[in-house]
Design a protein around this ligand. Structure first.
Ligand code: FMN
Length: 405
């Protein structure tokens, strides 16, 4: 079968690496084995991060079930919790597969995610094994929020800047391919950890891993979710719900260290990827959207990004990198004079649902009434919060800007 070439417009620079396109599968179920990675590359992904490889004397035993999903009424995924552990394949399996996959797909970027024991020497051994096998880069998983922290690894390391710096330094010492450190969002301020990775001479940062969560309780059976024989544990939240957290953290990292970043968290559309690039990422990684919708989503993502770049007259995703970083400022310095208020240019589109009236009455400033001839806005009472515009499902309430002075 003839290989579909990506548009040259999509060529992306990730530090010293060049990607055919900026879309990379993150370390997760879609990269669980060599055949899956081959299918993903065939479907058009620019790169893949292998499901985290551990030393053979750290056996991985998963529980069942290990997922819970928060869905819209149309079965669209909003948020996803997992309590899954790491790769169940041996180091020798991956060493063999890395070499084979790289010889079949020399232009794709194959990154090996690794996690050793609390002894940094085990991370060094893994790093040497995967780089000798031919991987293009190494990702240090210091961010898994469940299971592994109980053993002093995963996010237990990623929450401690000193440990991140020391571990990174140890791995970089033996590595001759770029080393990325995958950070945890389960920390008050991610900047010191990004700085620690940079001080440890990391070549780049991946962020974010999943957000620690307690998905919920089945209120009929009084059991926690996911329910493992009546018990559960804190898990990792992913999917669209965490995108705003990922965007915040990627922008904070980009403002802190001058390293290439792979942006991760809730990416399912090309528009999500563009936002990560605009806030400082060089490339993006995707997991949950692929688990829900398959490898094929990359086609729409590549087409959407290509069309966007053409329309905006950019010649590469590289040109988007960090363009919006300077638009993030302190709350104190935000303009107070420019205000917005709701405006109705097409009253016929109003379905008289009354949602804006209730929201403004009980969550706003009592500035909207539903009268016999439709919605009436009291502009003198309106405080410009914008809640009504957010809640309007028909687009009847539009944003009108004005200056308060
Ligand atoms: C079921 C599942 C398993 C995962 N396993 C790993 C893993 O082995 N190593 C790792 O670094 N991240 C792992 N992750 C985290 C993802 O790589 C990714 O950082 C996270 O899901 C956020 O991206 P998303 O919103 O696109 O899913 C896993 C995520 C899920 C949902």
């Amino acid at each position: 079968m003839k290989k579909m070439q990506d548009s040259p417009l999509l060529k992306t620079t990730l530090g010293s690496l060049t990607l055919e396109n900026p879309f990379i599968l993150s370390s997760a179920p879609p990269t669980s084995n060599g055949q899956m990675i081959r299918r993903a590359f065939g479907a058009g992904w620019g790169g893949a991060v292998i499901k985290t490889i551990t030393p053979d004397d750290m056996p991985i035993r998963d529980v069942s079930p290990r997922f819970t999903a928060w869905k819209s009424e149309c079965n669209d995924l909003l948020g996803f919790e997992n309590i899954e552990l790491l790769s169940k394949h041996s180091v020798s399996y991956w060493v063999q597969e890395i070499g084979a996959i790289k010889s079949e797909f020399p232009d794709k970027i194959l990154i090996a995610s690794i996690m050793g024991s609390p002894d940094p020497a085990t991370w060094q051994d893994l790093a040497e094994d995967v780089q000798n096998a031919g991987c293009d880069a190494i990702e240090l998983n210091v961010s898994c929020p469940h299971g592994m922290p109980e053993a002093g690894i995963g996010s237990a390391i990623g929450q401690n800047p000193r440990m991140v710096q020391d571990l990174t330094q140890m791995v970089v010492k033996v590595a001759d391919v770029p080393v990325y450190v995958k950070l945890t969002p389960n920390i008050t301020d991610i900047s010191p950890v990004a700085l620690a990775a940079a001080l440890g001479r990391a070549d780049g940062i991946s962020a974010i891993n999943t957000v620690s969560c307690m998905f919920g309780i089945d209120i009929d059976t009084l059991t926690p979710l996911p329910n493992v024989d009546g018990y559960s544990t804190y898990g990792g939240y992913s999917g669209p719900a965490i995108r705003p957290i990922g965007l915040r953290m990627v922008s904070q990292i980009a403002k802190t260290v001058p390293l290439p970043i792979m942006g991760i968290g809730g990416i399912s559309r090309w528009q999500d990827a563009v936002q990560y690039l605009l806030l400082g990422a060089s490339a993006v990684q995707v997991c949950t959207a692929v688990m829900w919708n398959g490898y094929g989503i990359v086609r729409g993502m590549k087409k959407g990004l290509t069309d966007y770049l053409k329309e905006k007259e950019y010649s590469s995703p590289d040109e988007l990198r960090g363009l919006c970083l300077d638009t993030l400022t302190s709350h104190q310095s935000l303009d107070r004079k420019l205000r917005i208020r709701p405006h109705i240019s097409n009253p016929a589109s109003c379905i008289r649902c009354g949602r804006c009236v209730i929201a403004c009455r009980d969550g706003g400033h009592q500035a909207i009434e539903l009268k016999s001839d439709g919605v009436v806005i009291n502009t003198a009472a309106c405080d410009g919060c914008g809640l009504c515009i957010q809640i309007c499902s028909t687009g009847t309430l539009e944003k009108e800007s004005y200056s308060a002075v």
